[in-house]
Design a protein around this ligand. Structure first.
Ligand code: FAD
Length: 338
């Protein structure tokens, strides 16, 4: 367990903004986790858990508390293959993409569409990460976590997690901050996948005459599609999708949107990227934050100096979309600090 003091949150997060955190503790084993919380209690400080920092934006005032950075590594077979099904585990500090690669190399499907999503395995259930028609909830069996209330390790079955689009007990309600996830177990199937796949993925397969649908092939295709559109957080500062999609529930609202030529998918979802692009904002730079010219939902930190630049950019984008379409966009990544 490594303890450091006064570390900039900008160095721990992919948007690369934010003031100092008072303490940062790196944990590398399950034994470290209660010790890190004890350190925070003894210093009377709040705790925030970080993985790779790709869905968190640091604020300028910093965090007067303890950030626990998860580096608990290891993955393998949890329950041997039976009738074409296998259970694999990964400790939570592994990168999700490495776990996906491990599963597809073994020939198992269920996570291949999650290839190249930045971040750790432990953060995947927090917002039920998803892409190209898959989400982690579809294959998850249970998570193992340190429960800060019981001060003990617990196993939480998928049904206990209340998973839905970008939602779980870990990011909503009274349970926020209660658990430190240390391990997940997923159940996967052996064998080829069946088309049709998610729109852009299907198009890539057709354009490249790919007709073999092994988990490895689909993983490669997903990576290629993502690489053509999404920034690599190791090179370009961003938090991926910056705004949530707009969801309409009332039939009259859906009908009104369609009548105006606005796309409404899956019975109520308006892709926010479409709204931003059609408000003429694609490629534009606001206060050093660029609306990506490859994927309008992504904001890139080109030269923003601090969180207030990002906040000013966000308000201008929201206002322009509201002016043109009447919908108010909401930010997707969470924020840390004051
Ligand atoms: C370029 C880019 C593309 C992206 N594409 C997608 C996409 O296609 N689909 C998608 O769903 N997301 C996407 N994201 C968002 C991001 O990859 C996910 O939210 C990912 O799960 C974040 O992982 P992380 O380790 O970086 O989590 P962090 O940003 O470090 O943390 C995210 C949240 O999880 C909590 N947390 C982290 N680890 C633990 C743990 N062990 N126990 C308890 N809580 C924990 C944190 O406290 C925080 O609230 C993208 C991001 C980027 C930058």
């Amino acid at each position: 367990m490594k303890i450091s003091e006064n570390i900039p949150i900008s160095k721990l997060t992919t948007m690369r903004l934010g003031g100092n955190a008072r303490y940062v503790i790196e944990v590398t084993s399950e034994e470290d986790v209660p010790k890190a919380y004890l350190f925070a209690t003894e210093h009377n400080l709040p705790v925030y858990v970080l993985g790779y920092g790709s869905n968190i934006i640091g604020r300028d005032g910093g965090f007067d508390g303890v950030i626990i950075v998860n580096k608990i590594k290891g993955m393998g077979v949890y329950a041997e293959e039976e009738n074409g099904r296998i259970q694999l585990y990964s400790n939570s500090g592994e990168m999700l993409d490495d776990f996906v690669q491990y599963s597809t190399k073994m020939g198992f499907s269920g996570m291949e569409a999650l290839s190249a999503i930045p971040g750790t395995v432990g953060a995947a259930p927090v917002q039920n990460v998803g892409a190209y028609g898959q989400d982690i909830g579809q294959t998850l069996v249970f998570v193992r976590a340190y429960d800060t209330l019981l001060e003990d390790y617990v196993e939480l079955m998928k049904i206990d997690l209340d998973l839905s689009y970008r939602h779980s007990i870990f990011n909503s309600g009274k349970t926020v901050g209660r658990y430190f996830i240390t391990k997940i177990v997923v159940e996967l199937k052996r064998g080829e996948l069946k088309p049709p796949f998610y729109n852009s993925l299907q198009k890539y397969l057709e354009d490249n005459n790919i007709t073999e649908y092994s988990p490895e092939t689909i993983r490669k295709a997903v990576r290629a599609v993502r690489e053509s559109k999404l920034p690599d957080p190791e090179e370009i500062a961003s938090s991926g999708s910056f705004f949530k999609n707009v969801y309409l529930t009332k039939p009259e609202e859906i009908a009104a949107a369609k009548a105006r030529g606005i796309p409404v998918w899956d019975g109520g979802k308006i892709p926010s990227g479409w709204l931003i692009e059609n408000a003429g904002l694609k490629g534009q730079v606001f206060h050093g934050m660029k609306v990506s010219d490859k994927a309008s939902l992504v904001l890139i930190n080109e030269s923003a100096q601090n969180y207030s630049d990002l906040a000013a950019a966000r308000e201008e984008i929201i206002e322009k979309v509201r002016e043109k379409y009447g919908y108010t966009l909401e930010q997707e990544p969470m924020e840390l600090g004051k």
